[in-house]
Design a protein around this ligand. Structure first.
Ligand code: PXG
Length: 403
């Protein structure tokens, strides 16, 4: 083993000795990031084609976002919501305006955002819709991923959750992509329908055209809140500001996370109307860190850059041509290339032996990406990526999938 290899090995040994084994990362120990590129502890460079599952839409250490972060860190970092802070009000005005919503509830992680949306929908159900006490039902989709808390995994059909019961009641699953299934599952006690406009963790699964618009009609007709989890698909990733925009759909509640923190800080948010978000009373819900001044400053900066630099348009253009190019790869192990904007999945045939093996090979070639749902290689680079880097990535992908 060379001197260089021992740095990586030493770090991995520490992790294996002392960290819970709740992940199985590729053996790359990243030490520095700049734009779309990272450098590991041994000095090897890699192109980041995963971007922390869309959290790094702006790339690593975006200079303006880091600058905002550093300035705010030197000024005021945390007050808790026991007091106001001077970043929070302007942030609330900015993000509600930006998203076309009336009110926001600030959180930190995606799963907390989802939990918040669930609490909001339930309270709305009891106090506005008139659902009997403790009878509220929320409809979710098969193959969903909304996070890791006990309530959120209570409506997951992923087998990895089997030893974490008892589960939270009050959820029903319907087939993703079937608006009929949704309509049939609705009862007078249904308060909400929670969905991902494209299923990210589920394997980059796109619902049939017209599905979101049809679900919108059904939710309106039955007075059911339509809750879009755009934590992974939102903020430009799919070529529009929100993935729901592809069908001109406005949900009743919008959950954002990941890229909202500009890749430097955990920031999530739930946005809705005054009627819905107005159900909260002081003490009902909250978070020590939610709405802190660092988070607010960073999120405003990130959202500003997203529009100023037209990152959704960039994702649309670059994603379309990259996906078309991927479709030209002539390989017996590719079953399908699908996606939208810069959220792309390359599904391999099961006989290929799983996508993880190919992600490892790509890492050896200097490109980082990650499998999703066993047989799918997920391609989701930062939205700031340059055409020349995509060309570089294409060569590696073509090589690894055809050799
Ligand atoms: N909703 C969607 C659609 C997501 O993709 C979450 C909610 C939860 O966000 P937080 O911030 O609580 O992780 C996600 C997260 C992981 C992992 O390591 C998570 C995601 C994607 C890949 C891996 O748990 N998505």
């Amino acid at each position: 083993m060379t001197q260089l290899e021992t740095h990586t090995a030493r770090h991995i040994d520490l992790v294996e000795a002392h960290s819970a084994r709740n992940y199985a990362p590729l053996p790359v120990v990243v030490a520095k990031g700049e734009g779309c590129w990272v450098t590991d502890v041994d000095g090897n460079r890699y192109l980041d084609m995963l971007s922390a599952y869309s959290a790094l839409n702006f790339g690593h250490c975006h200079p303006e976002i880091v600058d905002t972060f550093a300035r705010q860190a030197e000024t005021l970092t945390l007050t808790s919501r026991a007091f106001h802070n001077d970043q929070f009000g302007p942030y609330c005005e900015f993000i509600t305006d930006y998203c076309g919503m009336e009110m926001v509830l600030p959180m930190n992680t995606g799963a907390e955002g989802v939990e918040t949306a669930i609490k909001t929908a339930r309270k709305w159900g009891y106090t506005v819709k008139g659902v009997p006490h403790d009878k509220a039902e929320i409809i979710c989709c098969t193959n969903n991923f909304h996070g890791r808390t006990v309530t959120v995994i209570s409506f997951s059909d992923d087998e990895c959750n089997e030893h974490f019961g008892p589960m939270t009641p009050g959820f029903k699953l319907v087939e993703y992509g079937s608006a009929e299934a949704l309509e049939q599952a609705i009862t007078p006690n249904t308060v909400a329908f929670l969905f991902e406009p494209i299923q990210g963790e589920g394997g980059i699964v796109l619902p049939p055209d017209g599905y979101l618009a049809r679900c919108r009609e059904i939710c309106t007709k039955h007075n059911v809140l339509m809750i879009a989890d755009e934590i992974q698909t939102g903020l430009g990733r799919t070529g529009k500001l929100f993935a729901c925009d592809h069908e001109g759909v406005k949900p009743d509640m919008l959950i954002l996370g990941k890229a909202l923190g500009g890749g430097v800080y955990p920031v999530s948010a739930v946005l809705s109307s005054r009627e819905v978000m107005g159900v909260f009373q002081p003490g009902d819900h909250g978070s020590t860190f939610g709405g802190n001044p660092l988070a607010c400053a960073v999120a405003v900066k990130a959202l500003t850059i997203l529009k100023r630099d037209d990152l959704p348009g960039r994702a649309e253009r670059l994603g379309k041509s990259f996906m078309e190019r991927l479709m030209t790869i002539d390989s017996p192990i590719i079953r399908e290339v699908r996606g939208r904007g810069l959220l792309i999945g390359i599904e391999l045939v099961p006989e290929a032996g799983g996508a993880k093996k190919y992600c490892k090979k790509l890492a050896d070639e200097g490109m980082l990406c990650k499998e999703t749902s066993d047989n799918v290689i997920r391609i989701a680079p930062p939205l700031i990526i340059e055409q020349k880097d995509l060309d570089w990535a294409f060569e590696r992908i073509e090589k690894v999938l055809t050799e």
